[in-house]
Design a protein around this ligand. Structure first.
Ligand SMILES: [Zn+2]
Length: 460
């Protein structure tokens, strides 16, 4: 099937052509583990998971690599902020290592809750320091670096088309957003590849290097890991749209400086999540974590559904009402499929339509609409079930498991159902109705069929 994706590099939708026929190298910029991820961070991993699942469904073998930033990500893109992990450690009385350990676990749990397939390889920045130092040595030998009082910097003016990805030439060099504070930098866009530890105190995380004790610049790890695991040039590089103007141009510049080749052929970026139209911020109480959703009784799968209702290149306007609507939509799907027969046969045209939607720059909103079409179609329920399960291999809504869970009823509910069966046999309709109300109050759906009553309870 012809797959088209929007490539930030060419700023257009392009036919996707992998380097090798059946294999795809995919790199996703991972989390900085200094705090809880907010749902905007998690949207990115959800989207790229669906894309990966789709590629897998089309018969590709996907090698997916993701970094975990546990050192070197500064609070300011101008390379003069503090290391986010060291800062989080200091303010909580823990070491940067403990912070990294804790929030890596939180991130992995969130990924698991969201039914995101684990990457083929996840690598911590602190586990690749040796390789990062080797990489910087090559940059130095090739004459791309210069030294300042606080680190080794990459001279972006030595790369002819630095910023081509973000079209920086047309963005007025990010005036304001990228305030020039470091007066020793030769160009505002230059960035640190190795930062020196402060002279007056030891950092929690620091390493010896040919340039002095210090730590790697944040952008370095992605260039190093992607090259090691996927080669000089690989197929798809993904990340949030916030990476488009600094992190990704820097990664690309370093990689091209070392290899003389384009780092990745397709660069894909997801848009942000907004909270009721505004930015998510801690101070405004709009910094929403997956844990917050769960505490309010929402399923991570409902958030996943909400993400899929939107196209990844449009920002998602999150509100509790929109999450409510997604959860009830998902609940309705489970109720619909609860009594479907075992999967058998095909809804051929609809499966094809689903794949077409996904192949059109991962149009998940359209793909969900096709799922609904399957439910509403007059195909036999066994064919519908097979088709839905096939689609869910891509959507990852965990429908089969949710359906099975809905059919499992507690002992308490079983007792009420048994009682209701008895009173119905005695034609005591008012007691039967009273028991039905009781079941409904417990979130149970009861249907009276010619074969007797049947019940489900959708649980998240
Ligand atoms: Zn990266």
């Amino acid at each position: 099937m012809e797959i088209k994706v929007y490539n930030s590099l060419t700023r257009q939708k392009e036919l996707f052509e992998p380097i090798q026929k059946n294999k795809i190298g995919l790199y996703t910029c991972g989390p900085t583990v200094y705090d809880y991820p907010h749902i905007g961070n998690l949207l990115a991993y959800t989207i790229w998971d669906v894309m990966k699942r789709f590629l897998l469904s089309q018969g590709y073998k996907v090698t997916h690599v993701m970094n975990v930033t546990d050192v070197g990500h500064l609070t300011s893109d101008a390379d003069d902020g503090e290391d986010k992990l060291e800062k989080a450690g200091r303010s909580s009385g823990k070491s940067a290592w403990e912070i990294a350990e804790y929030f890596s676990r939180v991130f992995m749990n969130n990924m698991h809750n969201l039914n995101i397939l684990p990457p083929t390889k996840m690598i911590r920045a602190t586990d690749s320091i040796k390789d990062q130092i080797e990489f910087v040595k090559i940059l130095e030998e090739k004459g791309y670096l210069y030294k300042t009082s606080d680190g080794m910097y990459f001279d972006t003016s030595k790369i002819e088309d630095y910023g081509k990805l973000a079209n920086l030439a047309n963005v007025d060099q990010q005036e304001g957003a990228r305030v020039e504070k470091n007066l020793e930098k030769k160009n505002p866009t230059d960035f640190a590849v190795w930062k020196f530890s402060p002279e007056d105190r030891a950092r929690d995380m620091e390493w010896e290097s040919p340039w002095g004790i210090g730590f790697p610049g944040w952008h370095l790890e992605c260039s190093v890991m992607s090259r090691n695991e996927l080669g000089d040039t690989f197929d798809i590089h993904t990340g949030g749209i916030d990476h488009l103007t600094v992190h990704h141009p820097n990664e690309m510049a370093q990689s091209e400086a070392v290899t003389g080749k384009q780092q990745a052929n397709y660069w894909m970026h997801n848009e942000h999540v907004k909270f009721e139209g505004g930015k998510m911020s801690k101070s405004a109480g709009t910094f929403v974590r997956l844990e917050d959703l769960k505490e309010k009784g929402y399923s991570p799968m409902s958030f996943r559904y909400l993400v899929l209702q939107n196209h990844y290149r449009k920002s998602l306007n999150f509100s509790w009402e929109s999450l409510d609507a997604a959860q009830s939509r998902l609940t309705n799907i489970i109720k619909e499929i609860a009594w479907y027969d075992k999967p058998k046969g095909k809804c051929k045209d609809l499966c094809e339509e689903f794949n077409q939607a996904m192949a059109d720059d991962i149009n998940t909103a359209k793909a969900l609409a096709v799922l609904q079409k399957v439910i509403e179609s007059d195909n036999p329920s066994s064919a519908k079930m097979r088709c839905i399960l096939k689609m869910d291999e891509v959507l990852g809504l965990d429908l089969e498991n949710l359906k099975n869970k809905a059919l499992e009823l507690s002992g308490e509910i079983d007792i009420i159902l048994k009682k209701r069966k008895e009173v119905r046999e005695k034609k005591d309709w008012s007691e039967s109705d009273r028991l039905r109300d009781k079941l409904v109050a417990l979130g149970v759906d009861v249907q009276d069929t010619p074969k007797g009553q049947r019940a489900i309870q959708v649980k998240f």
